[in-house]
Design a protein around this ligand. Sequence first.
Ligand code: TEU
Length: 557
Amino acid sequence: MGEHWWQRAVVYQIYPKSFQDSTGNGMGDIPGITSRLPYLATLGIDVIWLSPVYESPMDDNGYDISDYRAIWPGFGTMADFDEMLARAHDLGIRIVMDLVVNHSSDEHEWFKQARSSRENPYRDFYHWRDPVDGHEPSNMGGVFGGSIWEWDEGTQQYYLHCFSRKQPDLNWENPRVRDEVFDMMDWWLAKGVDGFRMDVIGMIAKDTTFPSGEPGPTGYAPLHALIQDERVHPWLREMRRRVLSKYDTMTVGEVGGATVETAKRYANLDGSELSMVFQFEHVGLTGSPERGKWTTDKPRLVDLKRVFDRWERGLEGVAWNSLYWDNHDQPRAVSRWANDSDEWRETSAKMLATCLHLMKGTPYVYQGEELGMTNFPFARMDQINDLEAHDAYRMLTQDCGCSHDEAMAAMREICRDNARTPMQWDDGDQAGFTTGAPWLEVNPNHVTINAKAQVGDPSSVFSHYRGLIALRKESDLVVHGTFRLLEPESEELFVYERVLSDERMLVVCSFCDHELPYRVPAGYAGAEPVRAACNYTDVADGIVRPYEAFALLARPT
Ligand code: TEU
């Protein structure tokens, strides 16, 4: 099997609403992205994953699509899109679109037709059920809180929505839905886009008997028993056969419940389904049955290592991994996994980069991560836009007995808007993101954390990312070497080894703010430091310093 281009690639995720505004209306847009392509070329990334830019009522910032073949006017026009794609390709950057087809918007023409009457030919594009004893047909709760069922007065039935009520679930059992989705994908690929990130693709197959379950503290049963992800595979194979096989694409499936075993099917290197999956195990290490993810708990390093180790070894030679610390649904990497204090932010952000980028798989950089952007000091709910957070605030304060302060502490730790504050381009007013009033507040720390200060500075977090991205391009060991976890029981050090024929690399990352004694394993004595991986100017003997990262390369003598 030869190398696929996406195995050596680094992906950069853009959340368009927060990246760069070109009009002064306070929201990012496509011409804004085009103007920043040279910045991304300097960073050296290969692929942009573009969060949705399609026509949308913006209930969930574009993850609720009302026309899959049109651009939301707030982001620009189709001509702007074509221009961005052409300029990106000129710079050797590919663009992967977000494909959100578990659900559409309730304002999509298909849904408008579907809800117009029970006899409408689009009715079966969605899931409709009669009431049971005058209630919802089942007691499951959705991802954003409340029931998964919404009553439609006009046609006297409920429709299914696993996310907000403005995101009705498409019925993939209906072959006409698949025809429409595949035609639409073909249309974008023929236009020249380079692939798709597939939103919650593991959720498209449901148990259509719609069972009930044991209710939790909110009164609703958890959603997972509804999902039948083993039934997704035939549809993905159909998608491969009918659409993807005609193009050279990168495809990444967002599969929240993926296990190493199921990922071997989704992301098999035989190319039968997708290029890789985005799994959630390492981002789901905290939380509680009562409060879901809304706690202030920090993940334990031993648990984190166990998860990465299992995925790295489990997929070896069979399927391909994606590697990420954060995205638009997660808090900021340096705040979540390391230390965002003034003292350790830069050092620990670089350490996280080394730790992730030298593992096996395709690394993802979420906008601003390459600057060490941090969580936001939210104090009030009116500073938060995300619908998920507002549902959670109600749940925490009404169902779980939390005080306002406790709920806000959870928001500061884990809410999605931490990652959605505007990109910090410079230290000026609104961080160079907009000349108007930004849709979400700019983090006050943009005066110190910003691209302008970092791009030309060889000691910056940005330059560290740039170095690691360049290293992957030239190193077969980084791309193809096998992974072995060392020191699995250490609560402070993440140590691993990569091996490719007679070359070996040791990667040592400290997740703590004090010095530790550490001796490199025999075999690495006299090995050469990998400069791009190191966040201190030298490699010390016998100790690891706070949040230090280094790598050593041992070649046969
Ligand atoms: O997210 C899928 C998903 O399961 C999220 O609900 C995620 O677990 C949650 O945000 C963490 O609390 C995708 C998109 O990435 C997300 O932005 C959308 O809101 C969601 O699908 C619906 O399209």
